[in-house]
Design a protein around this ligand. Sequence first.
Ligand code: AMP
Ligand code: ZN
Ligand code: ZN
Length: 311
Amino acid sequence: MWCIKCKGPASIYIRRHNSAFCEEHYLEYMRKQVERAIEYYKMFTREEKILVAVSGGKDSLALWDILLDLGYTADGIHIDIGIGEYSIISKEKVRTFASSRGVKCYEVNLKDIYQTSITYIARKNNRSYCSTCGVIKRYIMNLFTVLVGYDVIVTGHNLDDESASLLGNVLHWQIEYLRSQFPIMPKELGFSRKAKPLCRVTDEETTKYCDIKCINYVSERCPLSKKAQSLVYKELLSQLEASSPGSKAQFYFGFLERGKRYFVEKQETLSISNCKICGQPTTEDICSFCRQMRRAGLDPLLLKSTIERNI
Ligand code: AMP
Ligand code: ZN
Ligand code: ZN
């Protein structure tokens, strides 16, 4: 197996592209995939301030590393969801990376602010841990980006994540979620711009990237997401990919091309107003974060005041 770039010995083969790379050209391939996504979807420019949501996992750390290597100005934000050992290790990985690259990383510690964890809030709301965690993390990311004044927030969602959630959303015809599958969501009515620059690469590809670059990441799955349905969709799509390489990308990018006019250009149908409690944008009277916090007997406004005090 020979590298398609330098014709030297290759150690990495990417089946859906039918291409092999040596380590050096594999890193270049990854940077190119990210750069192509940024340019094609007009995610951001080198003059803008980027905030990377870093969990401590392979994807968000690889993304942060690639953005820095490409010359973007990118700080990080890590949300500590307070679930014991897993949260402690995740934060450690993020801190180690940030200090090795000399970059700034903000931390928001849910347990410090509310003296409780995601599991308590989920139980009080009769909701799954993953959905509670998702609502809280998205709220914090948006609030922080707007309050601190970043141009865009980027997450490490990759092609496997996006095609799996597309499959789930289509299976259940969750039309309202299909719009958020796009790799770029523009800034609007109190929502910050959001981007997913890893949408062209897979789990396996970011893992290899981190291994080559010696980036230390949390490899364990979140203990709360063990039963997440998205893992089943990922597995199904991987089986499909094994028998028909490229089908995952075809599914996802086919949707992006054909679905745009139905799910992005029709956005005026969403009626967004300000949450009556916190003022953040929402499609209902009270946003889902405030509703969840109130049901758990917690003050939704404490988060914003704590962030404002600390920035
Ligand atoms: P997940 O939903 O856990 O697969 O995470 C998707 C993306 O959300 C990650 O790649 C990160 O960019 C971001 N993210 C997840 N968890 C956190 C966290 N605790 N702090 C900051 N960003 C996170
Ligand atoms: Zn090479
Ligand atoms: Zn609210």
